[in-house]
Design a protein around this ligand. Structure first.
Ligand code: NAI
Length: 257
């Protein structure tokens, strides 16, 4: 039996690396894409290969249609199959700016990477997954989007990020509906405050909020926390839950009185 293959966008750093590692440990061959060139990530790729599977690296900006197409054809040529797509790559605004002042340029940049990219990458991969299913009825595929609590929690200092994640949440539901007839589930994993490069600039702010009782589980989240949730979904541990949101936020969004 050939190994199952997973594509993790932004899979060489932060949450994406946590996801790649958990899937590699579960026996997947990996395709990983990111904006850095391959020599810059060769140490990370070596760590993933040490787990035992194949790891294909595709340098690609998910916001770029031609680059997305190259990722697809690269996986088709080199690995020949794809079972799991994890849309993880995402960016924060370069500067947190009040929505009374934030620029249209930043809005476009964030929306292209966090929403348009994953939406159309999903379109390309979904068509291939449908084809694989038609070719082999026992083909097993799924799609997992990494959104954020910002899909529902309003932060007026980064409105474009919140809107991108709210849009990604609808993306999950749209593709879950469209792919239902093919038995391909689509899920959303919604992390809270996770310790990565993305949050390094606001560490002190979140340290204080966590110490003041923001979370039910009083610690920063880790990339592995998110990776484990993704691995459970990819394994099929939630077989009757397509279109669902899985929270990985330490209870941040549980309303309290
Ligand atoms: P990070 O900045 O540490 O890593 C992001 C990864 O995505 C990097 O490998 C980067 O090269 C890649 N990437 C960025 N832009 C890309 C593009 N245009 N095309 C391809 N790859 C690209 O970020 P982190 O924290 O690991 O975030 C991963 C995902 O999780 C993002 O979608 C983020 O919005 C989301 N998230 C993060 C949270 C956190 O607290 N760190 C909380 C909730 C959601």
């Amino acid at each position: 039996m050939p190994k199952r293959v997973a594509l993790v966008t932004g899979g060489t750093r932060g949450i994406g690396y946590g996801i790649s590692l958990c899937l590699a440990k579960d026996g997947y061959d990996l395709a990983v894409c990111g904006v850095r060139d391959e020599p810059s990530v060769c140490d990370v790729l070596a760590q993933l290969r040490d787990v035992g599977g194949q790891v294909l690296y595709c340098q690609a900006d998910v916001a770029d249609a031609a680059a997305r197409h190259k990722v697809l054809t690269g996986i088709q040529d080199r690995l020949g199959r794809l079972n799991v797509l994890v849309n993880n790559a995402g960016i924060a605004p370069k500067e947190r700016k009040d929505i009374l002042e934030a620029s249209e340029q930043s809005f476009e940049r964030v929306l292209r990477v966090n929403l348009q990219g994953p939406y159309f990458l999903t379109q390309a991969i979904a068509n291939w997954m449908v084809q694989q299913k038609k070719n082999s009825s026992d083909f097993c595929g799924c799609i997992i989007n990494i959104s954020s609590i910002s899909a529902t929690v309003a932060s007026p200092s980064r409105g474009e990020y919140c809107i991108s994640k709210a849009g990604l949440s609808m993306t999950t539901r749209l593709w879950a509906v469209r792919l239902g007839e093919y038995g391909i589930p689509v899920y959303e994993v919604r992390p809270g405050i996770i310790r990565t490069d993305m949050t390094s600039g606001v560490q002190e702010k979140y340290d204080k909020l966590i110490a003041a009782g923001l979370l039910l589980q009083s610690r920063w989240g880790t990339p592995e926390d998110v990776g484990k949730a993704v691995a459970a979904l990819a394994r099929g541990d939630l077989p009757y839950s397509s279109g669902t949101v899985i929270m990985a936020d330490g209870g941040l969004t549980v309303q309290r009185l």
